[in-house]
Design a protein around this ligand. Sequence first.
Ligand code: MEZ
Length: 582
Amino acid sequence: MTKKKFLLIMAAFLIVFTAALCVCCKASKRIPLKDGEWTGKAEGRNGPIELVLSVKNGKISGARIVSESETDFAKPAEETVIAQAVKLNRVDGLDSVSGATITSKATMEALANAMLKAQGKADNTSSAKTAEDVSCDIAVIGAGGAGLSAATEAAGKGAKVIVLEKMGIAGGNTNAATGGLNASETSVQKSLGIADTNEQYYQDTMKGGYNLNDPELVRNMVDTSAETVDWLISLGADLGDVGKMAGSTNRRTHRPKGGSAIGIHLVPVLQTAAEKASAEIRFNSKVTDIARNGSRFAVSVSSGAGDYTVNAKAVIIATGGFGANSDMVVQYKPDLAGFGTTNHKGATGDAFEWVKKFNATLVQMEQIQTHPTVVPGNGVMITEAVRGNGAVMVNREGKRFNNEMATRDIMSAAILRQTGKTSFLLFDQGIRESLKAIEGYARQGLLTQADTIAGLAEKLGIPAAALEETIISYNKIQASGNDTEFGRAGSDMPRAISTAPYYAVEVGPAVHHTMGGIKINTDAEVIDTSGKVISGLFAAGEVTGGVHGGNRLGGNAVADITIYGKIAADSALSYINTLAQE
Ligand code: MEZ
């Protein structure tokens, strides 16, 4: 053997040995699990989910739900999450079931709490281990899409950030966001050959909102949308599929490739980025008040560990809207009495009370959006992208009754005029294959399926001949690109409904987005009733009002929360720099 050959073999041996050593180090770092049965609890969509995790020979051998009040549609998600935990022998990095995200995440959290006990640690019902007062540069209230965007940006630029989240999981309403994120003139659109302009996005948003939107906030959102898409991609987001939503002239709704739901993808990306940047996220930590304390803020927190104060130089309010607070919804819009909601249960509008003492202006609180395609009784929203990818809507007489791509307010009102005040969203296998988000609905058993249109009509209890005629006529309209009946644009009819099996879901309107809220300027600074900036106080996302006017376009919520979350962080950073120079 030559000396050179000998050295090469030794080098290869060293590499393999070091790699093996690293694997062993990693394995030995895993905290051993104690055999036994361990209980874990977390808040689901309708109440607590309690489970028992079984550990045998140091491995997860199973888990069983002992109590919960989730809907029959969401329950299968618990079993899907548990099956992954057993298969992978871990409780982190599991996939949520789309359409049942809150239930999935709560099951993961309950498993994680049980796992802590199996590791000999305390139950992690509160991230704050003690009720000691703490200080930071920026307190972000809310760990939904806006709060996580703000935390990622501010912590990434060196600020000490504490995020206070009253729920046990991150994400808020963003967990349920499905259709995507609107943005124009983006690198992704360019790579897909989609022609779009910021001006057209601006015009569409203003028109969709009946020009009640704050034009400066809209212009600013539109103009920074492309850079925000690049920022999210740089954090690890997949925004490679671009679809079209109601009211958008061009394809500009960015979502993961294959058309998967945006929220369950984006929330872990942002949470990981925020934590990597050293933002501290405290769960089960409910803010009860914000007060001024000299040039600082005192944020009062109630947690499992006790009550304490977070002293912060600046505060970003990112608490979301009030769509789950039916009293407040009805107070501002009485005709929504009795409506269901797509919102997670934490969307109760707590922040509006805190900001009263600062004389913050509240705008357009009565502007509350209903989403037209929500499964009655369980709040599962069927994404508008299903219509964007070609589905039609029919009534109990088996007939189309409106341009399916009309804006949400118009579509909701049209459904309420039909027999039974609900209708059926109908599509075929081709449309199902074009949009991965549909698989989540299938897994939850929401789809009625048949091999023929007549068979589907029979299962739905509607006249078969009428439904057949409707679909034959729609396919002709789709082929011609000219909807002489209801005026659906050619570009809004991308597919015929002609490939078996055929599917339908019964849907009706439910409260979806509270478009009014705290008034901010384009720097996300909170504005008081005399029109002045309240220094040090910022707000972003659904808690704010003005971006969406009288009707929000699908895809503009995720744009709003990420764009203004990031802007709020940059403005808070500039503000705390001015304090440093005092
Ligand atoms: O922005 C939304 O609310 C949206 C896109 C919802 C959906 O239908 O998916």
